[in-house]
Design a protein around this ligand. Structure first.
Ligand SMILES: [Zn+2]
Length: 221
């Protein structure tokens, strides 16, 4: 059944990530029958605003399939007007109950911004726009005394959650009305696990509910 509340959507994502991490993915909704079933309409249960990093493929790491996730990805999950418009489309037209900001450890966009701040040189071309969008998170990290790259990534994820809410009255209104939640997670490239970094509203669940299934962990080569 497709989740219709933020709590159900989060539980689905956590359950899928657990299957992925433990090596027992089900690959749901990837068969020809489901492909045909969703051809006439989509009802994705989560919007994912994620980094473009090739190792952060949302449907794989959350073990989902066609029609499940509305994915918007930019390097460093920056949030320009087209990203905001895409999120608002999912909220207002598709009725999606959850927005997930998905960053990851060792993020190259965050590293590039750190280097730009250190050297005072912004990369040439449009890459400069990505770096400029991440720099405020670097400043905030510096103000909080955070220097390690993964600590800065956490701050950048939280900053992205706040930026989405501050820039989109449509999203803020949906959250205030209880129709939607915004959650920030950091993905570990090596382990494949997600860790919750930020949650709005603050009372939304951040951990998976009691496991219904108990898959046997398998060694990952
Ligand atoms: Zn990245």
């Amino acid at each position: 059944m497709t989740p219709t509340t933020p709590e159900q959507a989060l539980a689905e994502l956590h359950a899928g990530n657990r299957r992925f991490v433990t090596g027992v993915p089900r690959h749901p909704n990837q068969d020809a029958g489901h492909r045909a079933a969703v051809a006439d309409g989509q009802h994705p249960f989560a919007v994912i605003v994620g980094c473009s990093d090739s190792r952060l493929a949302a449907e794989i790491i959350f073990d989902r399939g066609l029609g499940d996730l509305f994915v918007v990805r930019t390097a460093g999950h920056t949030t320009g007007p087209e990203v905001l418009g895409s999120v608002e489309y999912a909220l207002t037209v598709l009725g999606t109950p959850l927005v997930l900001v998905l960053g990851h450890d060792s993020c190259g966009a965050v590293q590039a911004a750190k280097e730009a701040v250190t050297t005072g040189r912004t990369p040439a071309g449009h890459l400069g726009a990505v770096v400029d969008a991440v720099v405020p998170s670097l400043r905030r990290a510096a103000a909080e005394g955070v220097e390690d790259i993964d600590g800065i990534v956490d701050i950048h994820i939280a900053q992205t959650v706040e930026a989405l809410l501050a820039s989109s009255p449509v999203l803020a209104g949906a959250v205030a009305a209880g129709r939607c939640a915004v959650v920030g997670m950091s993905y570990q490239l090596g382990a494949g696990e997600v860790r919750t970094v930020a949650t709005v509203p603050a009372g939304a669940p951040t951990r998976p509910p009691a496991q219904v299934e108990h898959p046997t962990p398998t060694a990952v080569g």
